[in-house]
Design a protein around this ligand. Sequence first.
Ligand code: AMP
Length: 281
Amino acid sequence: MKLVHSIAEMRALSRSARSAGKRLGLVPTMGALHEGHVSLVRAAKAKTDIVAASIFVNPTQFGPNEDFAKYPRNLENDCARLELQGVEWVFAPATEEMYSSNSATWVTVEGLSDRLCGKSRPGHFRGVTTVVSKLFHIIEPDAAFFGQKDAAQHAIIRRMVLDLNMPVAIEICPIVREPDGLAMSSRNAYLSVQERKSALVLHRSLMRVQDMFARGERNAERLIALARKEFNSESIVRLDYFEIVDPDTLEPTPCINGRSLVAVAAFLGKTRLIDNVVLGA
Ligand code: AMP
């Protein structure tokens, strides 16, 4: 496995592999890898010839009062994990390599970027789409692999790829969970013992909604009210949003006819966690 820090070297490697007829897969991450990330790597290994994983804690997707400085970083462990999975290249550029001090260009998917997490994290998705565009330009992958856990993120990236005619197939992999249902996240490491217990309410509320949907309930307002009740029983959890939306446009769906995304975000202390489930899939 090759660890690459420079854009020029990354580009040279990927260009030469492509000209040798190899299909390239990209797994973009911010590091602090867990089984969720590994599942994306496995999917990439199965579907492409050469897999690049990027590890970059992207400053432009963090708000001024968010956890950019304390976000967990452990390149050595991450590389060991990726090497075990047979990843060929790890692209881990420094911030100054990715953003020059006079950088002034953004990629923004309008509308969608202000929904769900975009409402409470202004500018977050603009940072994501900008850095993902840069990674696509640098590596020119045939396919890129994202997790269903960040459902709004992949809806926005799918829109961007269509709108800007990017020749990249976007592959979505299922959410990987802890045995008790908590969605794996690098941010779970921030949780205290009490918060870790209370965090289960995210998954529990989604399961409650899924169950009522299976019993025939189609009214989004009533389903959301049920979920909110679950949150009321967890005093240390502050609900950010609980919404039922179209998985492509992220617009609310008052009555569930086709596929709907049930998405939740909540704070445990300063830690913000997200989770979701798709109904009618
Ligand atoms: P991150 O490092 O948090 O930016 O995540 C990198 C990629 O891993 C994103 O596409 C996430 O959606 C995906 N991911 C994170 N957590 C999980 C999980 N529990 N299951 C599946 N994919 C995940």
